[in-house]
Design a protein around this ligand. Structure first.
Ligand code: NDP
Length: 297
């Protein structure tokens, strides 16, 4: 068997197009564009690329992008003041503070300062709590993107066995919560899990969010399972001096066993920004008190 490839790039493009249409409708109804503010502290090259790409995508989706680039030596107090100013700004529906922050700044304190109704990353403890108890809030973009791909592929997930490898606050834990809400039977594995291959073998759905290149092998996978590979790992390529991206799953062997699998790159990666735009638009509809059908995006 060779697994079907779950095309996250195509799904993300479609999602972005739908967000774009709803952004036009929002502007017509609200008399203003939806707005997403992104705050970057320092000059980390990867963060700079992400922030640029988020800004460009926001504008392409018909929303206003407000970029706040602050020097690396910005004090925590000054950053908190920027967050407060964005909380109070009615043109700003969503706020994203790019992580990681420089070491002298307490990330948790900054996340806690964001108005939870503008927290489009879904990292605020209020949004984690809302997800845990099933109230509407904001869900972190990467796991929500994974869930969208799973539902698109499998339809109803009810009763399926799911194993999430990884228990971070931004991927593993919210992924597990989302799957519980879909009535899956969920196991969360991590670095202390015993007999990980056997645990994974039970799963109809495997979500790998570890950060360990090609760790999950094909012979760990139950035949016919659906595999979502969140990992983004840069490794040396065959050609000297070059690198390539691989996931947390050994794609070649897993694709022989799974019924469907996300590739890296082109699987989960493109979903993250698309879901961010989706969350920003939902924030705008909510803040303007406008209806947005539950199945609209
Ligand atoms: P973290 O480092 O925060 O968490 C990794 C998790 O994997 C931890 O819970 C850790 O366990 C667990 N783990 C580590 N080693 C093992 C092991 N040998 N066996 C089982 N579990 C293990 O990472 P993130 O959740 O932030 O990210 C995970 C991966 O997803 C990374 O490759 C990252 O680059 C990628 N990523 C991709 C995104 C995208 O847009 N596609 C977005 C976000 C992340 P423990 O808790 O016990 O330490």
């Amino acid at each position: 068997m060779t697994a079907a490839v779950i095309d996250g790039k195509a799904f993300a493009a479609d999602l972005r197009a739908r967000v774009g249409e709803l952004a036009v409708a929002f502007e017509a109804k609200a008399g203003r564009k939806a707005g997403l503010a992104v705050v970057l502290v320092g000059e980390d090259p990867a963060s700079q690329v992400y922030v640029r790409s988020k800004g460009k995508s926001t504008v392409e989706a018909g929303m206003n992008s407000f970029e706040h680039k602050l020097p690396a030596d910005t004090s925590e107090t000054d950053l908190l003041a920027v967050v407060e100013q964005l909380n109070a700004d009615p043109a700003v529906d969503g706020i994203l503070v790019q992580l990681p922050l420089p070491r002298h700044i307490d990330e948790q304190k900054v996340i806690a300062a964001i108005n939870p109704d503008k927290d489009v990353d879904g990292f605020h403890v209020t949004n984690a709590g809302r997800l845990a108890v099933g109230q509407p809030g904001f869900v972190p973009c990467t796991p929500l993107g994974c869930l969208m791909l799973l539902k698109d592929r499998l339809g109803d997930l009810s009763g399926l066995d799911a194993v999430v490898i990884g228990r971070s606050n931004i991927v593993g834990k919210p992924m597990a919560q989302l799957l519980i809400a879909e009535s899956c039977t969920v196991t969360v594995a991590h670095s202390r899990t015993k007999n990980l291959p056997e645990v994974v073998k039970r799963a109809d759905i495997v979500v790998a969010a570890v950060g360990s290149p090609e760790m999950v092998k094909g012979d760990w996978i139950k035949p016919g399972a659906t595999v979502i590979d969140v990992g983004i790992n840069r490794v040396a390529a065959a050609e000297a001096g070059k690198t390539r991206l691989v996931g947390d799953v050994d794609y070649a062997s897993a694709a022989q066993v799974a019924s469907a699998i996300t590739p890296v790159p082109g699987g989960v990666g493109p979903m993250t920004i698309a879901v961010l735009l989706r969350n920003a638009l939902v924030a705008a509809y909510r803040s303007a008190g406008l209806e947005l059908a539950a199945d609209a995006i």
